[in-house]
Design a binder for this molecule. Structure first.
Ligand code: SF4
Length: 714
């Protein structure tokens, strides 16, 4: 029993974990946070929370917090605590030295989806204006960069089309490569409420997740595909819809680009794109794909063009079909193709532009949407405007008093490659543990060791800090003023509950570094940064702290002349790009093949009580519910290998090996194994390979060919 007492102060802020972005009241007694209670007026959560957010305050004052800046000449030297001025001065002089010796493009920065919009905006500004290059990237590279590319190509902007509450109007819900019950629990509750009211459910996932047959919901269809075959399954769903006449021809004619429609229809109708043709590859019985396609398009698993026409003639309407997807879609070699296949599917059925429908990426980190919005990609300025555009560049040149480079900079994996080639020498990494979160750990650590100045800014001495020369103590969300943007484009305030433990906020550290590099920044509060963002970013033009404080939150696009309170549903009368564009989504099998040596496919996911790499949740009460990553293996595969429940097993891939305890379960199909990645010692990313999405380099975390064999307890 923990005696908490009565709070003396309550501060409304936003959860620092997942992309649902729940509002909370942080309750303070004296100088200590004693609990967090869900904010009943929070539009993302309506007074609900999950077990992660409830106890999030625990890590903020954990004993492992580092509160003093530190430097060292070599990564084998011990750390030396120094003043902020000395640490910043050392980083700046090293960055200047490296640029003088190796060129302007020899350094770069990485922004974090755990930091605020204002902090992220400042880091990309630092890179572009003070470093003088576009070598800025974000941790979204390894999660939702294919969403940015795929939705940009088809609809014209990189964001979910709906507000969360829209799910209450859905008739058919399709969940692809996402496990909201574990990863987005508060949104999952809303979805389940709608399912209990009678909405129908299709789950596309290699694993039998809770939604397939949980305590309160049951899917109509579970398309239990082999990992890596999303594009084949979604394209074959479209094949059924087009060839059986279940498409919404009137919507497509009015809203979509004619030429792309014709080419795409011809493509998906080919026999090689039928469920029967793909059955062997995907492992999903064709009859299930046909039933799911009919259900999504017509509202009935037995729907036909005639039954749909009869229903419409009788005054009925097409069902509202809503798609929700997660990293099980994006983290593949065809991640961007899969996002576009999903976008095609929604367009051809008229399921974009009203309540109850849409295409909705469920974002992993609290501010992954915001970090992408803020210009964290090497090819885009804030608001997803390409750096090559002379007009937009001129706007920033004038505002920032610089001349921006027109060529895109390096993506994170390109930074690693350039480092190993001796061309990339310095990195500023804010709030991101790339050694633990990026694939092929050995490759990442080798690249960091090849650099001469690595500056890590984080709240804990994380795995990446092992390769750092400068450590800047970061701030937790309780020590910040700013904003986060959730998966429904909702911008909410993050309010300071306590001063930064290190005495310097994350945004202030970036300002100090910029000043030391000779590019002065004069902000005295994050609100001024948001004012600059609003002035330079059309989708944020109507965003201000005053408005967010008054309304609780706003959703971008937010513009005082057209959408004063923001926009809950996008693409209502027209797509952002004008006409919706269909893209050919040719299925290409992953290079990550099973062989006799590596006969199983490993895929990964999350559990309810832990968040991402666990750096935060492992330091809260949540550690009592789950303290290790385990390997789920089908009983038949286990029997074949002499593995019993709870045994230690070695997992070997082409990239490396690790050891976990086994859990025997029929949640996974034979030939597929599964693990979570919340604990560094499990080494999940030691065994993932460096293959990645063809368009964005998002790593193919979800498919790794492995062998599993019993081993002695390590
Ligand atoms: Fe809400 Fe996500 Fe935080 Fe849970 S982790 S409280 S669902 S924002």
């Amino acid at each position: 029993v923990i005696e908490l007492g009565m709070p003396t102060k309550s501060v409304t802020t936003t959860c620092a974990y997942c992309g649902v972005g729940c509002g909370f009241k942080a309750e303070v007694k004296g100088t200590e946070v004693i609990r967090m209670t869900p904010w009943k007026d929070g539009k993302a959560n309506e007074g609900h929370s999950c077990v992660k957010g409830r106890f999030a305050w625990g890590y903020a004052t954990h004993k492992d917090r580092v509160t003093k800046p530190m430097i060292r000449a070599r990564i084998t030297d011990p750390w030396r605590e120094v003043s902020w001025d000395e640490a910043i001065g050392h980083a700046a002089s090293e960055f200047k030295r490296l640029q003088a010796a190796f060129g302007t493009n020899s350094i770069g920065g990485i922004t974090s989806s755990r930091c605020t919009n204002e902090e992220t905006y400042l880091v990309q500004k630092l890179v572009r204006a003070a470093f003088g290059n576009n070598n800025v990237d974000t941790c979204a590279r390894v999660c939702h960069s294919p969403t940015g590319y795929g939705l940009g190509q088809t609809y014209g902007t990189s964001a979910g089309t709906q507000t969360f509450k829209s799910v209450a109007k859905a008739d058919v819900i399709m969940v692809i490569g996402a496990n909201p019950s574990e990863a987005h629990p508060v949104f999952a509750s809303r979805m389940k409420r709608r399912l209990r009211q009678g909405a129908r459910l299709i789950v596309v996932d290699p694993r039998r997740i809770d939604l397939v047959a949980g305590a309160h919901v049951k899917a109509d269809f579970h398309l239990q595909l082999r990992p890596g075959t999303n594009v084949a399954v979604v394209t074959s769903l479209a094949h059924v819809i087009v060839t059986e006449g279940l498409d919404d021809a009137a919507y497509v004619a009015e809203r979509c680009d004619d030429k792309s429609v014709q080419q795409w229809r011809e493509f998906v109708a080919r026999p090689e794109n039928s469920p029967e043709a793909f059955e062997r590859e995907t492992g999903v019985p064709a009859a299930l794909v046909r039933g799911a396609a009919r259900l999504y398009a017509s509202g009935s698993a037995n729907g036909t063009a005639q039954s749909l026409a009869d229903a419409m003639a009788a005054g009925g309407k097409r069902p509202n079909g809503a798609i929700y997807y997660g990293l099980g879609v994006t983290e593949h070699s065809q991640g961007s193709t899969a996002v576009m296949a999903i976008a095609n599917l929604a367009m051809v059925t008229g399921n974009v532009g009203r309540e109850g429908v849409g295409v909705n990426p469920l974002r992993g980190q609290n501010n992954v949407q915001g970090s992408c919005d803020m210009g964290s990609f090497p090819h885009e300025l804030p608001g997803y405007r390409h750096i090559g555009g002379a007009e937009v560049r001129a706007q920033f040149d004038q505002a920032w008093g610089v001349t921006l480079q027109p060529e895109p900079g390096l993506r994170i994996p390109n930074m690693f490659d350039a480092a190993l080639a001796g061309e990339f020498k310095g990195l500023y990494c804010q709030g991101e543990d790339i050694v633990q979160s990026d694939p092929d750990t050995q490759h990442v650590s080798s690249a960091l060791q090849a650099m001469e100045c690595v500056v890590v800014q984080d709240i804990f001495l994380n795995e990446t800090a092992k390769y750092a020369h400068v450590f800047l103590p970061g701030s937790s969300f309780l020590e910040k003023d700013g904003t986060f943007t959730n998966a429904e484009r909702r911008i909410s305030r993050v309010r300071k509950v306590m001063p930064p433990l290190s005495g310097v906020g994350d945004w202030e550290a970036t300002v100090k570094l910029s000043n030391a590099l000779g590019y002065p920044m004069a902000y005295t509060h994050p609100e001024q940064i948001m004012q600059e963002i609003a002035a330079l970013t059309p989708t944020f033009a109507g965003v201000s702290y005053e408005k967010i404080d008054r309304l609780g939150s706003v959703q971008w696009p937010c513009n005082d002349s057209t959408a004063e309170a923001g926009t809950d549903i996008m693409h209502v009368d027209r797509f952002v790009r004008g006409k919706g564009r269909f893209v050919i989504t040719q299925y290409v099998a992953t290079d990550e093949k099973v062989t006799r040596k590596f006969p199983l496919l490993l895929t990964t996911g999350r559990i309810l009580s832990q968040y991402n790499v666990g750096a935060q949740t492992r330091r809260t009460f949540n550690s009592q519910w789950h303290d290790e990553d385990r390997l789920e293996i089908h009983p038949q595969d286990a029997l074949d290998r002499g593995v019993k429940d709870g045994d230690w097993v070695g997992i070997t891939s082409r990239a490396g090996e690790t050891v976990l305890r086994a859990t025997l379960t029929e949640r996974v199909q034979p030939g597929v194994v599964y693990t979570t990645f919340h604990f560094p010692e499990s080494g999940a990313n030691v065994i993932t390979t460096d293959s990645s999405d063809w368009a964005t380099n998002c790593p193919e975390y979800k498919v790794t060919a492995v062998q599993v064999m019993p081993v002695a307890q390590p």
